[in-house]
Design a protein around this ligand. Structure first.
Ligand code: AMP
Ligand code: MN
Ligand code: MN
Ligand code: MN
Length: 298
């Protein structure tokens, strides 16, 4: 993909969902790390984008409105990043299909939180819903990381990792996917408002290569146009193999750190080197290239 890769990060979280930095702090961190083109992609919300945009303007950085949307496909929870070159205001307008998507997801997330709470109360976490709400500190949506923190505080597990391993991770009692809208529906909502749908971290769903191919086929059939070739730190052999799967379907390659917090190896703009490949990079996408070009000079 070439040396231009330095300075791009199109998948990051802030306190608007389950990240540790406020949107303006995240932008400052990106700036310090040499990121010039960034997308804020909080789970199921655009609530942090306005603050991030102000900060990005102060730093002379390019900020793309985005969100990481929750979906389900074939019984698996799948994440789709919406990149929105028309901006957050257009996406939030009442007639926009993105607004419908975010409204639907907010309600699904709330109902899911209530169901997760019931499951965890059976495991000994009294008042689970209230505890998770407190951990979310007034954010629009409660997520599994907030339940994980509540489990840690109650002494039921030692740390977040154990909370996911025993109660919240794939296949565990608190892993409830049934309320999320279908993958195909979410992709249609994104493209219907001029956005680009990006299949998030395809290597992180525990799928076989064959099943991952079927997922990508369904994604493309629904109008999906890109996938993350690089997400955080990943094995280079698997990355090369993933590139082949993208190439076979003419998907554009996106990339991002999936940064959440300053602990650990993840940092804005830091992720594995993309494999050398013929797959076109996301900045060549017809609906995104103008945005990239606008911030290429100076
Ligand atoms: P939710 O969007 O509420 O389903 O929560 C999913 C989020 O939980 C992911 O985006 C990660 O930030 C976090 N997460 C998922 N699996 C793990 C894990 N095994 N350990 C720690 N955090 C995790
Ligand atoms: Mn997350
Ligand atoms: Mn994700
Ligand atoms: Mn993410």
């Amino acid at each position: 993909m070439g040396p231009e890769v330095a300075g791009i990060d199109l998948h990051m979280h802030s306190t608007a969902s389950d990240g540790a930095l406020a949107p303006a702090e995240l932008v400052a961190k990106c700036h310090a790390n040499g990121v010039r083109w960034m997308a804020l992609t909080d789970h199921d919300t655009l609530a942090g984008v306005a603050e991030a945009r102000l900060a990005a303007e102060q730093h002379g950085m390019a900020l793309l409105a985005g969100a990481e949307l929750s979906t389900q496909w074939s019984g698996v929870g799948i994440h789709v990043v919406a990149l929105l070159p028309n901006g957050e205001q257009q996406a939030l307008a009442p007639s926009s299909s993105m607004a419908l998507a975010l409204d639907t997801l907010e309600r699904a997330r709330e109902e899911r939180a209530e169901r997760i709470a019931l499951k965890l109360e059976k495991k000994g976490l009294a008042n689970a819903y209230q505890r998770a709400r407190e951990k979310a500190q007034g954010r629009a949506a409660v997520g599994r990381p907030h339940f994980a923190e509540a489990l840690v505080d109650a002494g039921i597990v030692g740390d977040r990792a154990e909370a996911f391993k025993r109660y919240l991770g794939a296949g565990k009692t608190g892993d409830i996917k049934a309320l999320w809208p279908a993958l195909e529906q979410v992709v249609e909502w994104i493209t219907g408002s001029g956005g680009v749908a990006v299949l998030a971290h395809p290597l992180r769903y525990g799928l076989t290569r064959r099943k991952r191919g079927l997922l990508m086929d369904a994604f493309v059939a629904a109008g999906g146009e890109a996938a993350e070739l690089v997400s955080g730190f990943q094995n280079s052999d698997r990355g090369r193999d993933l590139a082949r799967q993208l190439g076979e379907r003419s998907l554009y390659a996106s990339l991002g750190s999936d940064f959440h917090m300053t602990r650990g190896p993840f940092a804005p703009g830091r992720f594995s080197e993309p494999p050398s490949t013929q797959v076109p990079p996301i900045w060549q996408h017809p609906r995104l290239c103008d945005w990239f070009r606008r911030y290429s000079e100076g």
